[in-house]
Design a protein around this ligand. Structure first.
Ligand SMILES: [Zn+2]
Length: 424
């Protein structure tokens, strides 16, 4: 007798009519017509079951702080950074924890069960670090939270940033972050990449830097990051987040850069909602989109994930923790409307970020953790199209969130009484 069976599921790889058997929190069987019984059965009715959504790039220390202490009037990145600087001294640990937990509840309802969050270490009190370490423990039963030590004001530019970053790692923060394009000069940026990659190599940690988040076609920090990854043997352990300058770079230069990134085992994270709103602000017309070259990176063999980055904070007043909204925007901005490309956009919010985060037991195979999301959609493309309802969110075999299906009860003669729009 199994604990749970999901009957008649469609899987993201296109398999249909699959039964998923769960025992002791793990997937125990995955096949059509599973000849077994369980304490609980869920009829998926041919709808899509996916492993949970994963957000590879987020800022949980600033989330839900929109309007504190004032609203970002220009809506620009630089006013956002200045505004965060005004808010930081006013933060309390209790408020940080409360907002982060509220966001995690929201995330779970959306089937988002793993988040890599950057946490600003440029505050000598390390208030946000301590708050998010506490949150990481509290949400562990239902959400994997990975933390990146992020020197928002620049590890060289800000006096105590490097010492604080090391303290944050000592306290248990998981990943080494950086922001080379925010250092004072290109040389300082390159130096910061070297210092931080060496620190990660020494401590056996992975690296995820905000890198080249600008419209500058000559920004070269991703090249330096890939070079250092290769030099220090960090292949497969280094990620460049944003990489928006690649949008503006010379094509010949990019033809050299892409193979370097692949050889260095560097992954990329684009943040479509934020990149499309914050980049190209100095352009009149034509206006650049600013998101990194997602199809080119994928074609070159570089893994690309999409991140949410911000939800109602100094940089962005919108967002909802819905990774299907993120995939939807990424698909549009990158013009990834081909059938395979749309599936790659679904992977960019599920399996690809799971690999970047190094999540253990993630996936739809026997032995994987029974972390599953049942969507009101027939396949990954329909899921993106509809930002589909999360009918059931399961963690370790237990139902932790559910949303009723979207339906419309029509009273018109000759029409069915209920129309399920996902079946249209
Ligand atoms: Zn970010």
């Amino acid at each position: 007798m199994l604990d749970l069976i999901l009957r008649d599921a469609t899987l993201p790889d296109g398999r249909v009519g699959i039964d998923i058997g769960v025992e002791h929190g793990r997937i125990a069987a995955l096949q059509p017509h599973l000849p077994a019984q369980a304490g609980r059965e869920i009829d998926c009715a041919g709808q899509l079951v996916t492993p949970p959504f994963v957000d590879a790039h987020f800022h949980m220390d600033s989330t839900l702080s929109h309007g504190l202490p004032r609203v970002n009037q220009s809506g620009t990145l630089l006013e956002g950074i200045a505004l965060w600087g005004e808010l930081k001294p006013l933060l309390t640990q209790e408020a940080l924890v409360e907002r982060a937990l509220a966001y995690c509840d929201w995330a779970v309802a959306k089937g988002l069960l793993a988040i890599r969050s950057h946490v600003d270490v440029c505050d000598d009190r390390l208030l946000a670090v301590e708050a998010l370490l506490q949150v990481r423990e509290r949400v562990k039963p239902y959400l994997d939270l990975q933390l990146v030590a992020f020197p928002q004001d620049g590890v060289l530019r800000s006096a105590n940033a490097l010492a604080n970053l090391k303290r944050a790692l000592d306290l248990g923060v998981d990943v080494v972050g950086g922001i080379p394009h925010f250092e004072r000069t290109m040389q300082d940026g390159a130096e910061s990449v070297r210092i931080l990659c060496e620190l990660a190599a020494e401590r056996g940690l992975v690296v995820d830097m905000h890198c080249d988040e600008s419209d500058d076609p000559l920004s070269r920090h991703i090249e330096t990051l890939a070079f250092q990854a290769q030099r220090l043997g960090l292949q497969g352990r280094v990620t460049g987040s944003h990489l928006t300058s690649m949008h503006s770079m010379d094509n010949y230069y990019v033809s050299k850069l892409l193979p370097l990134m692949r050889e260095a085992g560097v992954a990329a994270i684009a943040n479509p909602l934020i990149n499309i709103t914050l980049q190209g602000r100095h352009d009149s017309y034509p206006k650049r989109r600013g998101m990194t070259r997602v199809p080119d990176l994928l074609a070159a063999g570089v893994p690309v994930a999409f991140g949410q980055d911000c939800v109602t904070d100094p940089w962005y007043s919108l967002g909802s923790g819905d990774m299907l909204e993120v995939a939807h925007m990424g698909l549009h901005v990158a013009q990834m409307t081909g059938q395979e490309a749309m599936r790659q956009c679904f992977a960019a919010v599920t399996t690809t970020p799971a690999a970047i985060l190094g999540l253990q037991g993630y996936g739809l195979e026997v032995g994987c953790r029974a972390d599953l999301v049942l969507l009101q959609a027939g396949d990954p493309v329909e899921a993106i199209r509809l930002r589909a309802t999360r009918l059931a969110v399961i963690r370790g075999g237990k139902l932790i969130a559910a949303t009723p299906p979207a339906t419309a009860a029509l009273q018109l003669p000759g029409r069915p009484a209920t129309v399920d729009w996902s079946r249209g």
